[in-house]
Ligand binder design. Structure first.
Ligand SMILES: Cc1cc2nc3c(=O)[nH]c(=O)nc-3n(C[C@H](O)[C@H](O)[C@H](O)COP(=O)(O)OP(=O)(O)OC[C@H]3O[C@@H](n4cnc5c(N)ncnc54)[C@H](O)[C@@H]3O)c2cc1C
Length: 457
């Protein structure tokens, strides 16, 4: 007689998904449950260090953490993306990396597909902007920025030179600010290898519709960050967004037209489109869950990280939800795994609560601002805290070693500004990197699950 074990399906291998899987592997015996993970890539991406990959301080591999390097590793990994979940039938529909569509039935599902770049209905935006959300985008943007220097250097047309050497970053949150700061550092350092180029022509614009950069830093530290960036020559425009984007110019909402071939869009995130296929209640696009991170009135459905609206019990405000940060996702992962196990063993679940530890912002070179536990820091102490925090948060010792040696090597030898040419002739804009149109509509999902009787295929 074969005894079937409960099937736990985890969707997404980010901070939330991998943290949950690792804890399940540690705390559950093999005959208690079968653990499956659905993920399009074979690594967990340490997103906060992505701007340092774009600027060449770190190699892409150093922040791509192996899913299989763990002493207790035993999870079955399905290489693909979930494109729909039928909660009633308890079936997740997956598109594998070879484009096959398969049904994966489950008893417990943990939804951790994270978020995608939030865009607006701005003419030309999705066709002409780059995001900063995937490893491929970071590597691509680095190549693109270096190619702009190469093309400007080769050109004798002053207009083309000026356009190639202007760069626009939209989004004054930490992701956008770090991206602008780190890439400006790249072009600044590269300028000495391009003696034909006038470095004064290289201009970075950082714009945001909000009145402040990184409001989480508070007034004083926010002003300090702005001052550091302005001193480095980054042109900051607040209360401004994009009116339209084209292949060789961007129009700001204040009427300015900037000739450029580089528009980087980092103006916030929205939950993965997978959440929309569930037909469940959402809060600002994120799946509404209880403080235990499960779906009310649905047995065995859990969600966390950027994709879920987890109540923020550490805040006094009514209806407050946890911000979409790695800090929360990593901690929610442990609690969600414990709650899945409690559910499985018929024990009671516990709510998630975590008080924010603050923010660290690496601005490239020796510049940084940090606010650990409310203490405001800038310069070298802030840099030490920022790098120390990220370093200790890297999950594996081998990733820690790679990142540390990359930092050391970069400090000693600098960058060679090599353009690798990967994907150089492929369409590679925001919409191509994030596969946001891969999901099923509720009708397609119903047809698919009913047509196959919900069975695994
Ligand atoms: C540039 C940048 C800098 C940041 N800096 C910081 C910082 O300094 N501090 C901080 O706390 N936070 C920071 N964040 C935010 C932080 O990275 C996110 O909040 C965190 O990654 C959320 O974790 P997650 O597991 O929910 O999602 P993710 O880490 O994004 O993981 C989601 C995973 O799900 C996979 N996936 C997506 N769709 C599907 C699908 N349909 N099926 C299967 N798998 C799927 C993805 O490939 C990915 O592996 C930064 C983000 C960016 C972009």
């Amino acid at each position: 007689m074969t005894v079937t074990r409960p099937r736990i399906l985890v969707v997404g291998a980010g901070f939330a998904g991998v943290g949950c899987v690792r804890r399940l592997e540690r705390k559950l015996s093999t005959d208690e449950a079968e653990i499956t993970l659905v993920t399009p890539s074979s690594y967990q991406l340490y997103l906060p260090l992505l701007p340092q990959v774009a600027s060449g301080v770190l190699t892409p591999q150093s922040i791509a953490l192996s899913l299989r390097r763990s002493r207790k590793y035993r999870t079955r990994i399905i290489p693909g993306g979930a494109i729909g979940v039928d909660l009633a039938a308890k079936v997740c529909v997956i598109r594998t990396i070879t484009d096959e569509i398969v049904n994966e039935p489950y008893d417990y599902i943990v939804l951790a597909p994270g978020s995608i770049t939030r865009t607006f209905d701005i003419p030309g935006l999705t066709d002409h902007a780059y995001g900063m959300k995937t490893l491929a985008e970071a590597a691509y943007i680095r190549d693109h920025v270096i190619s702009q220097l190469d093309l400007a250097d080769a050109s004798d047309d002053p207009d083309e030179r000026a356009a190639r050497l202007q760069f626009v970053v939209v989004g004054g949150g930490y992701a956008g600010t770090e991206t602008a700061a780190c890439l400006q550092q790249l072009t600044h350092n590269a300028a000495k290898r391009y003696p034909r180029l006038d470095p004064r022509l290289i201009r970075w614009h950082l714009i945001d519709i909000a009145p402040k950069l990184m409001p989480e830093l508070g007034d004083k530290l926010g002003r300090d960050a702005q001052e550091i960036l302005r001193r480095r020559g980054i042109d900051i425009s607040l209360g401004v967004s994009i009116a339209k984007a084209g292949p060789d110019e961007v129009t700001f909402t204040d009427g300015r037209v900037i000739p450029t071939h580089t528009l980087i869009w980092t103006a916030g995130v929205v939950a993965s489109p997978l959440i929309g296929t569930l037909g469940a209640e959402t809060v600002r696009g994120r799946l509404a869950v209880t403080a235990e991170m499960c779906l009310p009135r649905r047995d065995g459905v859990f969600a966390l990280g950027d994709a879920a609206a987890v109540p923020d019990r550490a805040k006094d405000e009514e209806g407050a939800i946890c911000p979409p940060t790695a800090q929360h996702a990593m901690r929610q992962a442990k609690r969600v795994a414990d709650n899945v196990i409690a559910n499985l063993r018929g024990q009671s679940m516990r709510p998630y609560e975590h008080k924010d530890l603050g923010l660290v912002v690496d601005l490239g070179g020796r510049d940084a601002v940090s606010k650990p536990l409310g203490v405001e820091l800038k310069g070298l102490p802030a840099l030490v805290v920022a790098r120390g925090y990220h370093w200790s948060a890297l999950r594996t010792n081998v990733a820690k070693t790679r990142v540390f040696t990359n930092w050391m090597l970069n400090a000693v030898a600098g960058d060679d500004f090599v353009r690798t040419g990967f994907q150089a002739r492929r369409p590679t804009k925001l919409k191509d990197f994030e596969f946001s149109d891969a999901y099923l509509t509720p009708e397609q999902l119903r047809e698919r699950v009913e047509g196959t009787g919900g069975k695994a295929q």
